[in-house]
Design a binder for this molecule. Structure first.
Ligand code: RB5
Length: 150
């Protein structure tokens, strides 16, 4: 399994730490490659495109708060990016929402918690069943005619 991973400068340290920690996993690191200031949407886009095209099976995006990368990744059709602040959210985003991208904020959590979140997210399966119906409904919103809805 290939995991696309990307961050801006605000998530660079945590990205480096995740790659160094999970030595048994294969990462496709899309950058950024240094701590100079850059724009989170560029890296969220690179990760999201790899996931929708299938060159990566899932993705991890990181910025300072996790908010910018999660919003940006969710702009790409087919992406379900989940910003997770604890292990419960990580597990449920896989089991109920079939999240294909995990978003993290380096400045809002400790490193050990972030690593535990990544582990739980990668290990949790999608439950399917009624959750698939809800996901289908949710994903159809990408094509919704918002002008004519109630
Ligand atoms: C960069 O300073 C910061 O705004 C960015 O990493 C992120 O937190 C945005 O949502």
């Amino acid at each position: 399994m290939i995991i696309a991973i990307g961050s801006d400068h605000g998530g660079f340290r945590l990205k480096t730490r995740i790659i160094a920690h999970f030595t048994d996993l294969e990462f496709d690191d899309v950058g950024t490659g240094a701590q100079e200031s850059c724009d989170y949407s560029d890296y969220a886009r690179l990760v999201a495109e790899r996931v929708v095209r299938g060159s990566a099976q899932c993705g991890i995006v990181i910025c300072g708060s996790g908010i910018g990368v999660s919003i940006a990744a969710n702009k790409i059709r087919g992406i379900r990016a989940a910003l997770c602040c604890n292990e419960y959210m990580a597990e449920m985003s896989r089991r109920h929402n079939d999240a294909n991208i995990l978003a993290l904020g380096e400045r809002v959590m400790g490193e050990e918690l972030a690593l535990a979140i990544v582990k739980r997210w990668l290990e949790a399966p999608f439950d399917g069943g009624r959750h698939q119906r809800r996901i289908d409904k949710m994903m159809s919103l990408e094509h919704a005619d918002t002008k004519h809805s109630r």
